[in-house]
Design a binder for this molecule. Structure first.
Ligand SMILES: [Zn+2]
Length: 520
């Protein structure tokens, strides 16, 4: 158990609030010189060492005090609960002392006579909050949309050295690329490698999702084991092993320039528009960079993650992550009893759901996916520099659907069925094609059998087209699709000759628990 709350406040947050209010009251009534006595004057630190701590309890005015206490009230309790009381107050004071120390740095630029206020300590606490809950949306008046916590309190300071490159786009445009690295082997990182990956991926996504809109693309090394994307700038850890995981990681962060920076999700229901889209962008880049087998491995890993049990505070829970909640629940699927659900669903399932849309917009015979990328770049064009919802994305998709070969073949006019199944429901189907070959009296053969869809409860009728691959003698391959509706769909296909091998969805386009083909 963490510290107990009272009126929503944890013990140390309560004490800090009272202390700050009390000091302010005394400052304004009895001891009018208190700020001068307790404030931190950098040039008198040796003779007044106590001011390193006391300065953070005096404030300049009501607005100064109110702003700090509001931040303490919002960020303090969850951070204290997470850290524990003693660690929390220790950390708070250390940040405050650190704030005083920073005033020496500030003095290099402007003269600093005295600093007062809890801002240093409060900033430290807000940083801790963003560290623990980077994607927690925060509403700030007067902004209309929530802002993820990490965007509010991120900065990087270091003796960076800048490595440069230029991305030459197909239209002749040149985009400067920079990577801020650490000098002298402080970071074991191959700058050329990172620059090349940033260069390749920003050009790839410019082509696929619409032109990169900023005048510069920058990467910054940071020592923690995660990435982060801001408009024009991504933060990356030492990730330079030449493997498909690194390629997809850097590409994921790069694609956030489109998914998250150009088009921001509107609410937690739409988070997959950033993270799922970025994750799938990473997979697409890997396919280009490292051929299909690596992409397949990434897809398989994402599927496996969905079937893992959730974590709990004390160990491993029951069931599967995929059953915790639907895609549109975003970070709300994550709890003490369902750890890992947010990444599994928003990142991995989000990516695989977008991949299914990629399939629905692809010509199954030729493999041409231009319609999919037209949809994606149109979505960016319409919602650039604003927020978008899942419904708005599907509205754009519906407009693009008309001329796709699959919509024409199966006669669906919109993707409402797809949205219902994959965005609002949690089922994970299995597909099984069982078939035999019969001779056709008019020549050729008939592939006969049925396509089973399991894992969907009775009363639900799911529809899905799946790719079918037929191998014939002499290495000839024929591509087509089969659609399933409900649990049993009978199959009968005329073929010119006997197939050597029949495969249902060998490239893992359609998300399933298991997809198999059996010959009877
Ligand atoms: Zn991301």
């Amino acid at each position: 158990m963490g510290p107990q709350r009272m009126y929503g406040l944890t013990p140390w947050v309560r004490r800090l609030l009272v202390a700050n209010l009390l000091v302010f009251l005394l400052q304004k009534t009895v001891f009018l010189q208190l700020a001068a006595e307790l404030g931190f004057a950098p040039l008198q630190a040796l003779t007044h060492p106590w001011t390193l701590v006391t300065y953070m309890f005096v404030h300049g005015g009501v607005a100064h005090l109110a702003f700090n206490l509001l931040a303490l009230y919002v960020f303090g309790p969850p951070v204290e609960e997470r850290m524990g009381g003693r660690a929390f107050i220790g950390y708070y004071l250390v940040c405050g002392v650190g704030g005083a120390a920073l005033s020496y740095l500030l003095m290099l630029v402007v003269p600093v006579r005295m600093v007062i206020g809890a801002s240093g300590a409060i900033l430290g606490m807000a940083l801790a909050f963003a560290w623990y809950w980077p994607d927690e949306p925060i509403f700030i008046f007067p902004f209309p949309a929530p802002i993820p916590a990490k965007w509010l309190v991120t900065f990087a300071v270091g003796p960076y050295e800048i490595h440069k490159d230029i991305a030459k786009e197909d239209n002749g445009k040149e985009l400067p690329i920079e990577f801020y690295s650490m000098p002298g082997g402080r970071a074991v990182i191959k700058e050329d490698f990172i620059l090349a990956e940033m260069n390749n991926s920003v050009r790839f996504f410019s082509k696929m999702f619409g032109e990169y809109p900023y005048p510069l693309f920058r990467g910054v090394y940071h020592p923690f084991n995660f990435g982060q994307g801001f408009p024009t700038t991504i933060m990356i850890p030492a990730a330079d092993r030449a493997s498909y995981r690194t390629y997809s990681f850097i590409a994921h962060e790069t694609s956030h320039q489109w998914w998250g920076d150009m088009v921001l999700w509107r609410s937690y229901r739409d988070q997959w528009l950033s993270e799922g889209f970025a994750e799938y962008s990473g997979m697409l880049y890997v396919q280009l960079r490292d051929k299909t087998s690596s992409e397949k491995e990434l897809i398989q890993r994402a599927r496996d993650e969905l079937k893992m049990p959730p974590g709990t505070l004390t160990g491993i829970g029951h069931g599967r992550l995929v059953d915790v909640g639907p895609l549109v629940m975003g970070h709300r699927v994550e709890s003490r009893e369902t750890r890992g659900a947010y990444t599994a669903l928003t990142y991995e399932k989000g990516a695989l759901v977008l991949r299914m849309l990629h399939f629905l917009f692809t010509d199954p015979q030729t493999g041409d996916g231009k319609a999919f990328f037209d949809l994606m770049s149109d979505f960016v064009r319409r919602y650039k520099d604003s927020t978008a919802t899942t419904e708005q994305f599907f509205a754009v998709a519906n407009e693009h659907l008309k001329n796709t070969p699959l919509a024409q073949k199966y006669g669906y006019k919109d993707l409402n069925w797809f949205y219902r199944q994959w965005a609002t429901q949690t089922y994970l189907p299995s597909y099984e094609l069982s078939y035999h070959i019969e001779a056709d009296t008019t020549g050729g053969v008939i592939l006969k059998g049925e396509l089973l869809q399991k894992g969907i409860p009775e009363g639900e009728t799911w529809f899905m087209p799946l790719p079918l691959l037929l191998h014939f003698h002499g290495g000839k391959v024929s591509r087509g699709t089969l659609a399933v509706l409900g649990t049993h769909t009978p199959i009968s296909i005329k073929l010119p000759q006997l197939p050597e091998k029949v495969e249902l969805d060998p490239e893992l386009w359609i998300l399933s628990d298991k997809t198999s083909t059996t010959k009877q």
